[in-house]
Design a protein around this ligand. Sequence first.
Ligand SMILES: NC(=O)c1ccc[n+]([C@@H]2O[C@H](COP(=O)([O-])OP(=O)(O)OC[C@H]3O[C@@H](n4cnc5c(N)ncnc54)[C@H](OP(=O)(O)O)[C@@H]3O)[C@@H](O)[C@H]2O)c1
Length: 411
Amino acid sequence: MSNIQVTTRRAFRRTDDYTPGTPKLKLVQEALPLPLAPTSVLVKVYAVAINYRDANIANGGNPWPVLPNGILCNDAAGEIIAVGEKVKALAIGDRVGPITDTDNISGREVGRSWLAADEDGVMANHIIFDEAVFCKLPDYLDWTSAATIPCAGVTAWSALKGMSIGQAVLIQGTGGVSMFAMKLARAAGLRVVLSSSSDRKLQQMRDKFSSPPILTVNYATNPDWHNQVLELTGGVGVDIVVENGGTGSLVKSMKCTRRGGIVSQVGYLAKQNPMDLAELVPTIIDRRIILRGINAGSKYDMEDFCAALSACQTPLDDLIDKVSPFEQAEEAVQYVWGGSRLERLSSSFRPFQDNHIDIPRVRAWLFLTTYNNHMIDNPTNFTGKKFNSKERLSINPKRTSCILQGYQRKS
Ligand SMILES: NC(=O)c1ccc[n+]([C@@H]2O[C@H](COP(=O)([O-])OP(=O)(O)OC[C@H]3O[C@@H](n4cnc5c(N)ncnc54)[C@H](OP(=O)(O)O)[C@@H]3O)[C@@H](O)[C@H]2O)c1
């Protein structure tokens, strides 16, 4: 075993107090579970990405049980600093991220163990897991971008698996998973139909992905959006749907999928009501739909995805919303939570507010950075402010800090 210099870690554990306005996280200093088991590795974490799921868990909304006072988050990128004596596939210095379901290696395992739910997650400056849980991350990505891969990235990859050039995909919404799916679809030569509750976001996306152009549908202003998708695809339907709404949109998604096509059920963002599924069975039979449940992905999926990213050298930094210092985890989680609720509120109950979000990037992730065990240069720059479209976040991998280039705060 390697000579381990660190014996404790700082971690954010959930308070499990779901009363609005109370802290959802507590920073603790705790002993690392040492010595390392023979096949375990110790990773120094450089970036943690916060998804909607994490904010939902912290606020008591997870539909599945969670470990009491567990460590939050499942997306991390870090460097191996020590290995157990029987570790074979990884070495000190490797850049790695954990898979989301640590029992899902090949996709055939019978069990399931989600990080941050069934077991402790990754919002800590050091984490220890079995080597089987980690994948090597693409070299071309900085830490912050690489931290997006395990959950949203692998989910989008799994949702689009099997697609080939020229096929059509319906991507629902402009959240984290969807924007990853958009990147993958473009890299794979798919025709994209994107839906959103916001005409302005759709315009931004049309501008951003102008060549070849994407097709767009507003699912909030057009309750029959599935018919519009059919029209846009010459009455045939798309080959695959990245389904994010759940019960409220599933049957409609099937109706605008070609006969024999695939609906990848990823999310459950709309209000879930089983009554919406009355036409499920006739529709699935009539259209010969393959309904595919997505649960992030296996380790093999993540490895394939990382290989694809490396081959395409797809930049991911434009997906990043905001970067915060590790100490501001509480604010960061609430930022994601508040944003998610506002988004849904705006899409469900009232017209999109013009001054709500006006960045071409999507508020997909918020990153906690733990560079050098502490923070970015000027963390106060990142707190709760709106950004304008000129703003550009970049991470210099040669430095141990994040910088904003051309940062301009809106007046
Ligand atoms: N199965 C898995 O393995 C897995 C993995 C990751 C996430 N998820 C789930 O997938 C969903 C998306 O996750 P995320 O991280 O991308 O969330 P997110 O970043 O919070 O996505 C929010 C966006 O989704 C869109 N949206 C909201 N309600 C919608 C609806 N009824 N129909 C279609 N789109 C809707 C909105 O886009 P517009 O503002 O453009 O309308 C909103 O901006 C969540 O339910 C999450 O829990 C599942």
